[in-house]
Design a protein around this ligand. Structure first.
Ligand SMILES: Cc1ncc(COP(=O)(O)O)c(C=O)c1O
Length: 493
């Protein structure tokens, strides 16, 4: 309420900075485009909430009307707990809710994880399909060993059942075209499909079980948007490639499996995603394949604090450094953020101003000229507000406690009006369990769960009975191999 009063109705030019700004219309469009593409391909979709951590964006990611099962990935338990009111609301609308904890289970989080879902359901195995961050390679002895242990463990009433396979295509950030991204997606599905065959051959018990094969990362998942309207150009996926994709999805189905795409940063987008050129531009569809600045929903607002015209090339200082922008590199240029054309010749950030954040320290950013190939550099003056595209929205977003929401679909004179404030509450969530009639349990204040490097994940299947303490016990006593299994907290009606 305080935030609402402090910001709503104000103009972006009149607030103190740095601040995180989100264009609601662009987020909506990005979310819708992803759901439509999954619908067209007949695959499931599981959005990750780590970029924004807010109920407002999760709602758009899940879409309306909600599908029967609302699936999400979280990277911290705080994210999951914050989303609880939304998850319960989904249940009130008759949906199943299925939250995947996308990390190898750190033993210390098991109790909290179990409390969140009041049950641990069938786990999924994290498969390494090329990113080499987490997961096991399907061709390795470790994979067979792990699968055998899970399946045998199941016999001994270990509470993890085989729910599916999960891989994260982080290496797709290195690509530069839609067709590269789609090739990686096809490889990823193929890899999980073969891994599923290995699993099913190992154990007759699950030979006919439907496993979920979850694949993705924003470049690969959003590359399927190109199929909605086959974009042309040498870099775009062609009919042959789209047939290959459909074919491997079909083969997974023939093997009784279900393909699911997952992605996280796609509602916001950023410089790294622009550099991958993996999906078509929704803001400027006529420009052919590849995202454009108008597709980026997330910008950092700051202001020019000083100008240095005496330097070899003019520079300027802004009141935002690595704490606001992050220190994530982008392969398409050497800076830490691009200053948009907002406030120069546009009321919406749709292009470049000629300035980039060339150097950065904690609270200072130095604006330098971008390469002259991008056109003229605009004049800056002290006190001028600028909006910048960060390299990686997940890290930049995490620096802010809330987002100031604007809407570029409104008439131009309202483009800078703050309409809403979206916030992730990180403390004191009231945890209600699967049985909502239980008394609400208050929680001790929650600190943000530390981010772990390696990620595994998990999977659920909506049709399994709850497992409770035994799974906690087994997981807590697990060795490293079991860290390739993660749990899913699932709330059911
Ligand atoms: C395990 C896992 N799954 C999904 C995602 C979403 O990836 P992206 O933000 O590229 O869509 C991430 C992001 O880091 C992740 O770590």
């Amino acid at each position: 309420m305080e935030l609402h009063e402090a910001f709503v109705g104000k103009n972006l030019h009149d607030i103190s900075v740095p601040a995180a700004v989100v264009d609601r219309a662009v987020v909506r469009r990005n979310c819708l485009q992803m759901l439509q593409a999954c619908d067209a391909l007949d695959v499931d979709f599981r959005p990750h909430v780590k970029t924004h951590k807010t109920i407002e964006v999760a709602r758009l990611q899940v879409g309306e009307p909600w599908r029967h099962t609302v699936k999400l990935v979280v990277s911290t338990l705080a994210e999951a707990e914050h989303l609880l009111p939304f998850l319960l609301e989904c249940q009130d609308h008759g949906k199943s809710v299925n939250v995947l904890y996308g990390l190898p289970i750190p033993p210390s989080t098991v109790r909290r994880l179990a409390e969140f879902g009041k049950r641990l359901l069938p786990g999924s195995l994290s498969v390494d399909t090329g990113y080499h961050r987490a997961g096991v390679t399907p061709s390795s002895a470790e994979f067979l060993n792990l699968v055998t242990r899970i399946l045998d463990g199941g016999k001994k009433s270990m509470s993890i059942e085989f729910g599916g396979l999960y891989s994260h295509a982080g290496h797709s950030y290195g690509g530069s075209s839609a067709s590269q991204a789609m090739n990686l997606l096809i490889e990823e599905i193929e890899s999980l499909r073969k891994a599923s065959e290995i699993v099913k051959n190992l154990h007759p018990k699950i030979a006919h079980k439907q496993l979920t094969l979850s694949v993705g990362a924003t470049p690969t998942a959003t590359s399927v948007q190109n199929l909605l309207e086959l974009s042309d150009g040498p870099q775009a996926p062609g009919v042959k490639q789209s047939d290959a994709l459909k074919d491997c999805i079909h083969q997974a189905k023939a093997n009784h499996d279900r393909v699911e795409l997952h992605a996280g940063v796609y509602p916001f987008l950023d410089m790294q995603q622009l550099a991958t050129q993996a999906s078509p531009s929704a803001s400027q569809p006529s420009t052919g394949p590849g995202l454009s600045f108008g597709d980026v929903a997330f910008t950092i607002l700051t202001e020019v604090a000083s100008l240095y015209s005496e330097r070899e090339q003019p520079e300027a200082l802004i009141a935002a450094g690595s704490l606001a922008l992050g220190r994530e590199p982008c392969k398409s240029y050497s800076g830490w953020g691009i200053v948009s054309n907002w406030g120069f010749d546009s009321t919406i950030p749709t292009g470049r101003s000629g300035w980039q954040v060339g150097r950065i320290s904690q609270e200072h950013g130095i604006l330098t000229h971008e390469s002259s190939k991008h056109g003229d550099t605009r004049e800056l003056c002290v006190g001028q507000k600028v909006r910048m595209f960060p390299n990686h929205a997940c890290v930049a977003g995490a620096a802010f406690d809330y987002y100031l929401v604007v809407d570029s679909s409104l008439p131009e004179k309202r483009h800078d009006e703050i309409l809403e404030v979206w916030k992730e509450d990180q403390v004191m969530v009231s945890v209600r369990t699967a049985d909502r009639r239980d008394e609400e349990q208050s929680r001790a204040p929650l600190l943000a769960t530390p981010t772990l490097e390696s990620i595994v994940s998990s999977f659920p299947s909506t049709s399994h009975p709850p497992d409770t303490m035994s799974s906690q016990h087994n997981i807590q006593n697990s060795d490293q191999a079991d860290h390739n299994i993660a749990a899913v907290a699932q709330e059911k009606n």
